[in-house]
Design a protein around this ligand. Structure first.
Ligand code: FES
Ligand SMILES: [Fe+2]
Length: 373
């Protein structure tokens, strides 16, 4: 495509739209889903670690047997954060009046101020506890609507394809809503501008791309294709043969990428977790069995990965300055179509929840998108 094709005069001009939220998103729609609350390494035995998810203060702990739990970081007596108190590996003790709780069930075990003849049923007092799981290096928590506690499905798992592999985690805090975190994550056009680096790609590497997308029950997938030929790391994969990559997105917040080259593979999972209505966290976990023989590969990948994720983080920090002024925004075809699908999926999901009917997917079938990046 020549330069004049990119600045066509006669095509339709997309209208700036108020339907793209610039203001912090409501996080209520994110309830009844699993989120990585903390990295496993942050939750030490016999200590409580605080986190905020969807505006809810949480305290995670690890008992003497190594099992994790997550409770609301608020004593049901008078609201003192549990993280201000103590945890001996068995019971949480509130720092205000010494009430003790089981972190797994939330059940109260002791109220020191009670006289022996005062017959308050201590066991009926509960701290709010959340379903939790630990795998892939995260403590997952199921964030529920008040009053419900059930997790319908197990927490998402990073797909792996052999018994032995390396694994690494990265994270970044972003000063934006989950919406902007997600559409930034699936934005195919920012690469040549935001991720310019000798080891990744330059602005001049921009070229035409065409990919087929197909619907998934709660999202969509870029059909298996040869990975971007203008990115150095993908070129290296050529030693294993012809790699094929698949990228998917599923509500509320998961992007997965798999690269397969015969028996060799690289798999990653990125989640965008709303901490509050205007702050989110990106957690990236990857596993692979490629290049395992290369010495110091994991620290080298960590270095590059942190640079890469840092470029996105700095971009979102700058964008948040612009978003403070509540500008009208636009989404154009085809480069912003994944972002459009995200908003349409979210709307369809909310409607299906409200009306108790199956979700109507915005895509009828496979769609080919074309853009330059
Ligand atoms: S506030 Fe926790 S025991 Fe009173
Ligand atoms: Fe990026």
């Amino acid at each position: 495509m020549g330069p004049e094709a990119q600045t066509r005069r006669n095509g339709p001009v997309p209208e700036a739209s108020r339907s793209i939220p610039t203001k912090p998103a409501d996080t209520d729609w994110c309830l009844d889903s699993w989120y990585p609350a903390l990295r496993s390494s942050q939750v030490k035995a016999g200590k409580l670690q605080g986190a905020t998810l969807l505006g809810v203060p949480l305290a995670a702990g690890r008992d003497k047997k190594g099992r994790v739990f997550v409770v609301r970081d608020s004593c049901p007596h008078r609201g003192m954060p549990f993280t201000e108190g103590w945890f001996d590996g068995e019971l949480i003790e509130c720092s205000y009046h010494g009430w003790k709780f089981d972190g797994h069930t939330g059940r109260c075990h002791e109220i020191p101020s009670l006289m022996p003849d005062q017959d308050l049923d201590v066991g009926r007092i509960r701290a709010k506890s959340f379903p939790s799981e630990e795998h892939d290096g995260y403590v997952w928590v199921y964030m529920t609507h008040p009053g419900s506690r059930s997790a319908r499905e197990p927490a998402p798992r990073l797909p792996v394809f052999s018994d032995t592999y390396n694994r690494e985690q990265l994270f970044a805090h972003l000063p934006c809503s989950i919406d902007h975190g997600i559409i930034g994550l699936m934005d195919p056009a920012h690469g040549p501008f935001v991720h310019q680096a000798w080891w990744w790609r330059g602005r001049r590497s921009i070229h035409e791309k065409q990919k087929i997308f197909e619907p998934l029950p709660n999202g969509f997938r870029m059909r298996a294709h040869a990975p971007s030929s203008n990115s150095a790391p993908y070129k290296l994969l050529g030693v294993y043969g012809k790699p094929l990559t698949t990228i998917s997105f599923e509500l509320p917040n998961i992007r997965r990428e798999e690269i397969h080259c015969g028996d060799y593979w690289f798999s990653s999972q990125t989640t965008v977790t709303p901490e509050t209505h205007d702050r989110c966290r990106i957690d990236f976990v990857a596993a692979w069995n490629i290049f395992r023989w290369v010495p110091f590969l994991t620290p080298v990948l960590r270095w590059f990965g942190n640079r890469f994720i840092g470029q996105d983080q700095r971009t979102m920090e700058k964008q948040s300055i612009g978003l403070k002024h509540d500008p009208a925004l636009m989404l154009i075809d085809d480069a912003d179509r994944p972002a459009k699908w995200y908003f349409q999926l979210k709307k369809a999901y909310l409607e299906s929840k409200r009306d108790g009917v199956p979700m109507k997917h915005p895509m009828d079938g496979p769609v080919t998108l074309r853009w330059r990046s």
